[in-house]
Design a protein around this ligand. Structure first.
Ligand code: HEM
Length: 122
């Protein structure tokens, strides 16, 4: 039986920790902080949960993702290729600190790459 990427990454708790760390760092990042200016805490908490649900769903965990698709969720934000590069840098940093293996890390990167054209619009 093939083991899902979800299980190989450590399941729900690992993905929740990963998403929390990535979002926390993005919100404090010099280039990326502008996307989260003046948003209230509850909105941020809901978006973080959406991200966790999306990641669980996309990696093969049991989760019904209720959020918008990536193009709609990021439409009009003006996310640039440089913003994307910064975001990926954060992802690589957090994955490294969490000890994500090489094979799983590449799988995550390949998956993120499939989302890039939907998210980057400027
Ligand atoms: C430079 C990269 C990115 C930036 C600056 C960014 C920023 C944001 C912001 C500000 C929101 C809140 C939208 C709103 O409700 O007003 C959001 C939503 C969201 N983002 Fe991103 N994002 C980025 C990349 C990604 C990536 C790579 C993923 C997936 C792995 C992702 C998944 C999501 C999800 C699931 C939501 C919530 C959608 C919903 O609940 O309907 N984002 N993003």
């Amino acid at each position: 039986m093939t083991v899902s990427l979800y299980d190989r990454l450590g399941g729900y708790d690992a993905l929740a920790m990963f998403a929390t760390q990535v979002v926390e760092r993005a919100q404090k990042h010099d280039e990326l902080a502008r996307f989260w200016l003046n948003r209230n805490e509850d909105t941020n908490a809901r978006d973080l949960q959406s991200l966790i649900d999306f990641l669980v769903n996309s990696t093969g965990g049991q989760m019904y993702y209720r959020g918008r698709d990536m193009a709609l969720a990021h439409k009009g934000m003006g996310i640039t290729s440089n913003d994307w590069k910064c975001f990926i840098g954060i992802v690589v940093g957090v994955a490294g600190e969490m000890g994500v293996g090489e094979a799983e890390g590449s799988e995550v990167m390949r998956f993120l790459d499939t989302l890039k054209d939907d998210i980057v619009s400027a």
